[in-house]
Design a binder for this molecule. Structure first.
Ligand code: BES
Ligand code: MN
Ligand code: ZN
Length: 511
């Protein structure tokens, strides 16, 4: 079934020069420069370009063709007076309230314009005076993310019309002062991009390929290649663990469920780990409370929490982060088979709490509650973070801009929000007030799994909170709106791998 040749990742390096004018003298297929919306004439490097090219920028400007607005690009061929074969100008716009997002968007535009050309190599000068509020290392990280994301393709299942992969290489040109910070961040950004790509590949893989078994096989392959330890529990193994709420979801499918535990042991054995719990519903048909058929194909992405965990674990291993991180994935299908869970059924979770299943389509919380209990009992984690495509209501509330964030500790919430802002993989905090809890009442069991029409994302988070002790710092990321895109550009995004790798690498740097 696989036809397309395997693509090697883009080669990204950084190089420092004291005088940025040096970059104009370097031979390259493409020189990439940012242009501020206002006063480009006051930027020394652009002045130098204009001088070397006999007023090329000035002429573009006079014809009102100089790209200035954020994301506008202009590709000039054979610029006379420069060593580069092409000059790619990218409008940077005016500095906005959210500079990281703006830089990512403009870098995406530049990366796409470069990749659309036949130019193999590029020198990308990162100095953008108008947006200098952004530290060079952060700018480099966003540029790497844009480059790798623009270069990503998922054509594994195409047998026709696939252009041969090109091996591209890019030099990020920086000043010597920022070199130590940039080269360190570059390593993190590249490992992050590798994790993002893994998460995108898994998300994009069809449901008949990306089964619970496939997720487990992927974890095993990661553990064979990187210094990660893996444990895989099959149906019988999960029964022995007592994960009956999770297993109740799996009952309606003929695909075997899996519980996957991946260990990155980068810190001392005595150090409590950060536990990442991922929802891995490889297809969510809704079960007996079956979903309507419109866009049901997108429920193959319901394992994106699990894909995030795998992507983050890969990055932790590649970076050898001096931190203990454990990834726990509950993987199953939610199908309406003859054995399926039914509305009204009462099940007992690993915690001992009983749950009345009012809606079999609220399956994520059933799988996750057991995983959360398991993580706390076995690992007593320093922080517990679950990642799940949990509710359509979160998409209604936040769209595809921010992931929904819930936390029982302000410090953990702040750290995750800051990490997301830094790499433009943002989250927005939503409430967990006690006042929402009555919505989860059941007439027969300890709680019901459906909070009704009001505050659907909040009540899902409140459900999970019932399985988290007060003694542990816990956060829940509802990524239903951010993990994949619908429509013309349908596909996995790899979010929030970047947020979490940033959070973990900051944590590792602080300890
Ligand atoms: N996987 C879905 C959430 C989802 C739906 C994500 C649409 C992205 C787009 C989840 O399992 C689900 O079905 N949730 C229900 C919960 C409800 C029945 C309480 C939902 O959001 O409708
Ligand atoms: Mn569902
Ligand atoms: Zn689901």
């Amino acid at each position: 079934m696989t036809h397309a040749p395997v693509k090697t990742p883009m080669d990204i390096q950084c190089l420092a020069a004291t005088d940025p004018v040096t970059w104009l003298e370097q031979p390259t297929d493409c020189l990439i420069l940012g242009v501020p919306e206002e006063n480009w004439q006051s930027v020394p490097l652009l002045q130098a370009v204009d001088l070397a090219t006999d007023g090329l920028l000035d002429r573009c400007c006079e014809r009102d063709e100089l790209p200035r607005r954020a994301g506008a690009t202009l590709m000039l061929h054979a610029p006379h007076g420069l060593q580069a074969q092409r000059l790619l100008l990218v409008g940077m716009g005016k500095p906005s309230a959210n500079i990281a997002t703006q830089v990512l968007a403009t870098a995406r535009a530049a990366a796409s314009a470069w990749l659309a050309s036949r130019a193999d190599s590029a020198i990308w000068v990162l100095e953008v005076p108008a947006l200098s509020a952004l530290p060079a290392a952060q700018c480099a990280a966003l540029t790497v993310r844009a480059l790798r994301e623009a270069d990503y393709r998922f054509d594994r299942y195409r047998s026709e019309g696939v252009p041969p992969p090109m091996r591209r290489s890019v030099v990020l040109a920086i000043d010597p002062e920022s070199e130590p910070a940039v080269s360190q961040t570059l390593a993190v950004a590249i490992a992050t991009a590798n994790g993002v790509e893994l998460a995108r590949d898994l998300g994009n893989a069809p449901g008949n390929v990306c089964t619970p078994t496939h997720l487990a096989d992927t974890a095993a392959i990661l553990a064979a290649r990187w210094p990660l330890d893996v444990e895989i529990f099959d149906q019988a193994g999960a029964e022995a663990l007592g994960m009956d709420a999770f297993l109740a979801v799996a009952k309606g499918s003929s695909e075997e469920p899996r519980v996957i535990v991946l260990h990155h042991r980068g810190g001392p054995a005595s150090q409590a780990p950060i536990a990442l719990v991922g929802k891995g519903v490889t297809f969510d048909a809704g079960g007996i409370s079956i979903k309507p058929s419109a866009a049901m194909d997108e429920m193959k992405y319901d394992m994106c929490g699990a894909a995030t965990v795998l992507g983050v674990m890969r990055a932790c291993a590649e970076l050898a982060l001096p931190l203990n991180v454990v990834g726990i994935i509950v993987a199953c299908e939610n199908m309406p088979g003859g054995n399926a869970l039914k509305p009204g059924d009462v099940i007992r979770s690993l915690s001992g709490k009983t749950i009345e299943v009012l809606n079999t389509d609220a399956e994520g919380r059933l799988a996750l509650c057991d995983a959360l209990i398991y993580a706390q009992r076995r690992f007593a984690p320093a922080a517990l973070i679950d990642i799940a495509t949990l509710t359509g209501a979160c998409v209604v509330a936040l769209g595809s801009v921010h992931s929904g964030l819930y936390a029982n500790r302000d410090a953990l919430a702040e750290a995750l929000l800051a990490a997301g802002r830094w790499c433009a993989d943002s989250a927005w905090r939503l409430p967990l007030d006690e006042e929402y809890q009555p919505l989860l009442k059941s007439t027969v069991a300890d709680l019901g799994n459906d909070g009704g029409r009001q505050a659907g994302s909040v009540t899902a988070a409140c459900f999970l909170s019932r399985f988290v002790g007060d003694n542990v710092a816990w956060a829940h990321l509802d990524i239903a709106g951010t993990a994949w895109k619908s429509g013309e550009h349908k596909g996995g995004t790899g979010r929030p791998v970047s947020l979490l790798v940033r959070y973990l690498s900051e944590l590792a740097a602080r300890d």
